[in-house]
Write a protein that binds this ligand. Sequence first.
Ligand code: KG4
Ligand code: ZN
Length: 344
Amino acid sequence: MPNNPEIYILAIESSCDDTSAAVLYNDVVLSNVVANQKIHSEFGGVVPELASRAHQQNIVPVVHQALQKANIVKNQLKAIAFTKGPGLMGSLLVGTSFAKSMAQALDIPYIGVNHMQGHILAHFIKHDNYKKPDFPFLCLTISGGHTEIVKVNNYFEMEILGETLDDAVGEAFDKSAKILGLDYPGGPLIDEYAKKGNPKAFKFSKPSVSGLNFSFSGLKTGILYFVQKETKKNSNFISENIYDICASIQAVIVAILMEKLEAAVQKTGIKQVAIAGGVSANSEIRKQLLEMEQKKGWKTFIPKFEYTTDNAAMIGIVGYLKYLADSYNRNESNATARLSVEKE
Ligand code: KG4
Ligand code: ZN
């Protein structure tokens, strides 16, 4: 490997309901195209069969656009990285098969990437004013499918210190939003409405879960019963109080996350703390994490907004790191629906 390698990598992400393609030049993102699938909002959640069909329609134009925006031609590519899992099988298969076929046609390697490692290693994408965490660091990985506190020992060695026993935190946001009649995905809407509300207006109880694990299903049920009870008394309860309800829901969810994160710092003595995954776009968790720099002397790492929810740039950075380390299985092309962040 030369000292100053010029590595162009195409990355493809299709694990859930976003079709994304990115081109990286070493650790710099040249393009990161994301096609969201609007169709699911009608159903209040992702419909797997519709997701895989939409990926099939989107993948060719999205890859084409990513190459065009990066201003390169496909023959300049050194490798193609793709999300191999975890995710919806039908969705993963579209990206996996496309990546493999394109790489074989170009006679270049294809590199399978763990989606959750992608969320975490997005912190290593170079951009203006970026700071990289040193190893080891803690990462609160919060998305629509996962809620984990991960100890990141190095690029490819990660340990789960705590995780959810039931729903993921993104589901807690989305299901609460559904109870309130908001569109899917409801997390960003709750965040937006919460800015105008009083977080102390309504009190929801936190679950009691030992150690560093989480639970969100009881909270969701608590919110449902509370809303049902109040709307029996006043049929306009939701519309009259939507901002306060959203602020109160967000407050309890963020309090649960921060409490466990503080416990993890105390337990490990590691004060470098990152957040990753779709829910790390939440403005309240970003604010409270940053405050811990002053309050507790933590060094915190908050991802750039566009690398929080699903995107191919985060898959590209892992592909690049694996390519540099020559650490990937040259024959791997299998999609894997269930895949722990601890496994490459
Ligand atoms: O990482 P991601 O894009 O997909 C998965 O891998 O699951 O995460 C999607 C989740 C959804 O549950 C969505 O509601 C949530 O991230 N989300 C947010 C915000 N933006 C996205 N939750 C709270 N506040 C936000 N601003
Ligand atoms: Zn994700």
